[in-house]
Design a protein around this ligand. Structure first.
Ligand SMILES: Cc1ncc(COP(=O)(O)O)c(C=O)c1O
Length: 287
C-alpha cells in the first residue's frame, strides 16, 4: 500500500518470558515486541498511524498537523513517518516557553522538517480551535495519534498474535486508551489496561467506545513521567534478565502491574497472557 511499509518490520516477534515467579503461577507470559517495528516509528505509533494514512490517502492529502508535549513519543514517531513519506507536517506543542532545542524529541522533530508551533497551555487545551487556524488541506491527527482511525491498526497485533497462540488475556499501558480500545475491538479475549495518568474517566471512555476493558489502577508510581530510583533499578534488572528494554513512562509501569497480578495468582494456571510492548523507547533518549 505505502512505500513506508517496506521499512516497517511486521509481524513483530512474540516472545515467551521465563522466570521463577511466572513458573510459580503456572502461567505462560508472552511479550508482543512491537518496539521492534522501526527504531523511530515503533510500537503503537505505527499501528495507530495506519488508519490515519489510509484516510489521508483516500482524501488525497499530503500534509498533516498534530499535537503533543516536549517529550511526546507521538511527535517523535510522526515526524519520522512524515519525513519518510515526504509529507509537509506541523505540530502544535504544549508550552510557549519552549523552543526546538528544548528536548531531544523536539530537536528530532524539527530536524525531520516538522514545523513546531509553541502555544500556551491554555491555548493547547482547545485543539479544535488550533486546527481551525489551518485550511482543510491539512489532515488532523489527534494528540497521541488516537481516535477511531487508530483502532484499526491494532487489528494487526491481534491477528499476528492469534495466528500463533490462543491468548487468554492482553495487557497494555493506557495513555489516551486508544491502543487498548483497538485491541478490544478486534479480539474476543479480555483486555487489561494500566493507566499511567491519574484521574482519567476510563469507564465513560470505554463505554463510549463500546468496549469492556478492565483497568488496573494505582501503578502510576508517583505520576505521569515520574521515574523513581526504584523504577530505574527495576528496569535495569528487567533488561539484564530478559535481554530487552522497557520504557520508563508506559511499558515499565504496565509490566510492573502485570507482574504484581501474576504474583498474586490473579490468572488461572495455564493462562496465556500477552503483554504488548508498545514501544516508547524514544521517550527515554537523552542525547
Ligand atoms: C510507548 C507508549 N505506550 C503506550 C501508550 C498509551 O497508548 P494509548 O494512548 O493508545 O493509550 C503510549 C502513548 O500513546 C506510548 O507512547
Amino acid at each position: 500500500m505505502w512505500e513506508l511499509e517496506k521499512i516497517i518490520q511486521t509481524p513483530t516477534p512474540l516472545i515467551r518470558l521465563c522466570s521463577d515467579w511466572i513458573e510459580a503461577a503456572g502461567v505462560q507470559l508472552w511479550v508482543k515486541r512491537d518496539d521492534l517495528t522501526h527504531p523511530d516509528i515503533m510500537g503503537n505509533k505505527w499501528r495507530k498511524w495506519q488508519g490515519h494514512l489510509a484516510q489521508m490517502q483516500a482524501a488525497g492529502l499530503r500534509q498533516f498537523v498534530t499535537f503533543g508535549g516536549a517529550h511526546s513519543n507521538h511527535i517523535w514517531a510522526s515526524s519520522a513517518l512524515g519525513r519518510a513519506m515526504g509529507f509537509e507536517m506541523k505540530a502544535f506543542i504544549r508550552g510557549d516557553e519552549l523552543n526546538a532545542q528544548s528536548s531531544p524529541t523536539l530537536r528530532f522533530a524539527y530536524q525531520n522538517g516538522m514545523a513546531l508551533d509553541f502555544v500556551s497551555r491554555s491555548a493547547y487545551r482547545n485543539k479544535v480551535a488550533l486546527a481551525a487556524t489551518l485550511d482543510t488541506s491539512w489532515y488532523v491527527v489527534p494528540e497521541g495519534g488516537s481516535g477511531p482511525q487508530a483502532w484499526e491498526g491494532m487489528a494487526g497485533v491481534v491477528h499476528e498474535v492469534e495466528t500463533l497462540i490462543k491468548p487468554d488475556a492482553y495487557v497494555c499501558a493506557l495513555g489516551t486508551g486508544g491502543s487498548a480500545i483497538g485491541l478490544a475491538k478486534h479480539t474476543t479475549v479480555p483486555v487489561f489496561g494500566v493507566p499511567v495518568l491519574k484521574g482519567m474517566p476510563w469507564a465513560a471512555l470505554f463505554s463510549e467506545a463500546e468496549v469492556g476493558i478492565e483497568v488496573w489502577d494505582g501503578f502510576q508510581e508517583g505520576g505521569y513521567g515520574k521515574r523513581s530510583e526504584d523504577l530505574l533499578v527495576w528496569m535495569k534488572q528487567f533488561t539484564d534478565q530478559f535481554g530487552f528494554t522497557l520504557d520508563s513512562i508506559y511499558t515499565a509501569k504496565a509490566f510492573r502491574a502485570l507482574e504484581f497480578h501474576i504474583r498474586q495468582g490473579y490468572f488461572k494456571p495455564n493462562s496465556q497472557i500477552v503483554f504488548l510492548h508498545s514501544g516508547g523507547l524514544t521517550g527515554d533518549y537523552t542525547g
